[in-house]
Design a protein around this ligand. Structure first.
Ligand SMILES: Nc1ncnc2c1ncn2[C@@H]1O[C@H](COP(=O)(O)OP(=O)(O)O)[C@@H](O)[C@H]1O
Ligand SMILES: C=C(OP(=O)(O)O)C(=O)O
Length: 578
């Protein structure tokens, strides 16, 4: 239902700061105002344009004007265009000065949704429902559950992917990392501000005034005067004194302490290695199950990413590494860590506990910017719809939070407790879907791809991704790309074209992985030896699935590291009519 077939917005011209007065904008409401988005053109005969650049042939088919027609900007646009115009006019008559804010979006969602699977959602029924509601990536948090329960989830997601025609779900294994957690309690305990409470490294303690912690060096790492935070600040404790096995605290902000809660010391990272013994065991479990991504907790430097990548290479495992930026120590190394990885997660929970909370939005923006400039995936995580763990509707601030992440250009937004143990997991996904979609519809489309100047960095494919984006933005078309490794689809996603990137691949692993990337609709298809036949099959399939319409144009790109049906040094962009 909510598979991603993102197309451009027709409202964005009204949102532009250059939109001018209400009068000017009212002019924009007339059908010709769609010019910048829905361009008049004429039915086509095709003529071939060939540009030779060194050994590279840029092949394009161009239209020749014959009679007026409107380029469809999404499969739904044509029939709805008049309706939309009338709606905008009505709003305008009501004196609304921000018509674009009230018009319904015509785009489908590009920003992907990561759902943490837990007790509320680890059944076949719920995984199917989450997938239909819009989940793109299923995340398993190895801090909870065991291999048997995670195995069940992996098997269910794979079963869903097998039977689903045009929607696949990526699998992400999130390592526990060197996190410090309180131990199990027979039942939650209520702690009042001002009372004494003790954390001990002795195992198996869980009383009303003392609980175990899982990390033996805890006593060495903390000092009197440190502030301990539970679950990123839901409760806090001031360290008063310590013995050789216990840390005595005063409760500052009280509340209900439950089992296995996450502990941070404000301003300090634990001295444990980023990948613990348990993590290596879980990583091996991920290799055996061929997961798509690792989300590696508490990465502090690039070395740990290299270490993991070397291990994966030695096992011949093609699993991408997403670094979780959540540790105070990671901040000075952001560039090298992200360079070494395949993407990053802004893990705001721990980030806001190890660093002052007011730094979190600034770091979020910065991490997204760095990832975008390097063409790496970026996920914004934690508390996005926290109130929906217990309530059926979100707070307005949560809605704004999703909108900000979408505007900043995240590949994906993530749900944690909302889907893992919340009361309304499906509603949470639907809210995320709707808010992302609505926000994307206000992002100006058809503009220059980002990073102009870097476009020609170091590979011919980058130039082609850049120009294919320009071409599809100008013409208002989707992009069709054929990829064996996923590289070219990821590169295109990096340029954030206005239209959907239909990424055809003959490898199911690649199809599954591409589900994380902004704007990419991954499709599995066997490639034939004949390029032309494969293109025809691909366009036929898109048409059959209702993703493009007969007569619609698409920009077709043939480039990348591994040539498919082309000579080593030739790359093509062409515009084709379905
Ligand atoms: N596999 C699981 N089994 C049981 N509970 C889980 C599981 N995954 C997540 N949860 C629950 O959902 C909560 C939120 O998930 P998440 O944010 O991933 O965990 P945490 O904040 O504890 O690192 C967890 O604290 C835990 O209570
Ligand atoms: C995503 C986060 O990590 P985890 O849920 O694994 O604690 C976070 O700290 O924000």
């Amino acid at each position: 239902m909510a598979q991603v077939v993102a197309t451009r917005s027709i409202q964005s011209s009204f949102m532009s700061p250059r939109s001018g007065s209400v009068q000017e904008r009212s002019e924009n409401l007339k059908p010709p105002s769609f010019a910048s988005r829905v361009m008049e053109r004429q039915a086509m005969t095709t003529k071939k344009l060939t540009v030779v650049r060194r050994s590279t042939r840029i092949t394009a088919k161009r239209s020749v004007r014959v009679e007026p027609e409107v380029i469809p900007v999404s499969p739904e646009d044509l029939p709805k265009r008049e309706e939309k115009f009338q709606q905008l006019q009505r709003l305008q008559q009501l004196g609304d000065t921000s018509v674009s804010m009230w018009s319904t979006p015509t785009v489908r969602r590009k920003t992907k949704i990561v759902c943490t699977i837990g007790p509320s959602t680890n059944t076949k029924e719920m995984i199917w429902k989450l997938a239909e509601a819009g989940m793109n990536v299923a995340r398993m948090n190895m801090s909870h559950g065991d291999h048997a329960s995670h195995q069940k989830v992996i098997d269910l997601v794979k079963e869903y992917n097998e039977q689903s025609k045009d929607n696949v779900i990526s699998i992400m294994l999130d390592t526990k990392g060197p996190e410090v957690r309180s131990g199990d309690l027979p039942q939650p305990i209520n702690l009042e501000s001002g009372q004494e409470f003790t954390f001990t490294i002795r195992r198996g303690v869980g009383t009303t005034d003392c609980v175990s912690v899982n990390y033996d060096d805890f006593v060495n790492d903390v000092e009197a005067g440190d502030m301990l935070l539970v679950d990123g600040g839901m409760m806090s404790f001031l360290v008063k004194s310590k013995t050789e096995d216990s840390v005595k605290c005063e409760v500052v902000d009280g509340g209900e302490l439950k089992s296995r809660r996450h502990l941070n010391v404000r301003g300090k990272s634990a001295t444990l290695p980023s990948i613990t013994e348990k993590d290596w065991d879980d990583i091996k479990f991920g290799v055996d199950n061929k997961v798509d991504f690792y989300a590696v907790s508490f990465v502090k430097d690039a070395q740990v990413v290299h270490e993991l990548k070397n291990y994966l290479k030695s096992c011949n495992a093609d699993i991408h590494v997403i670094v979780k930026i959540e540790s105070a120590d990671s901040i000075p190394n952001l560039h090298s860590i992200i360079t070494a990885s395949d993407g990053a997660m802004v893990a705001r929970g721990d980030l806001g506990a190890e660093l002052p909370i007011e730094e979190v939005p600034l770091l979020q923006e910065e991490i997204i910017r760095i990832c975008r400039s390097m063409g790496k995936a970026v996920i914004v995580a934690t508390n996005m719809l926290e109130s929906m763990i217990v309530h059926p509707t979100p707070t307005r601030a949560e809605v704004s939070d999703i909108a900000i992440a979408v505007r900043e250009g995240a590949d994906a937004v993530m749900l944690s407790g909302e889907t893992a143990h919340g009361k309304f997991p499906l509603k949470a996904v639907k809210v995320m879907h709707t808010v992302s979609l609505r926000t994307e519809a206000t992002i100006p489309g058809g503009t220059m791809p980002p990073n102009l100047g870097q476009a020609f960095k170091n590979h011919m494919s980058e130039m082609f991704a850049y120009h294919a984006t320009m071409m599809s933005n100008t013409l208002g078309t989707s992009i069709v790309v054929f990829t064996k490794t996923g590289f070219m689809a990821i590169l295109l996603s990096h340029y954030r074209p206005s239209g959907t990137i239909f990424a055809f691949t003959n490898d199911k692993t690649i199809q599954q992985r591409l589900s994380l990337y902004q704007g990419v609709c991954p499709i599995y298809m066997q490639f034939s030896d004949d390029a032309e036949e494969t293109f025809e099959n691909a366009l036929g399939l898109l048409q059959k699935q209702g993703m493009v319409k007969e007569g619609e144009e698409v920009a077709l790109v043939q480039s990348g590291r591994q040539p498919i049906w082309r000579f080593q040094s030739t790359h093509n962009i062409q515009v084709r009519k379905v």
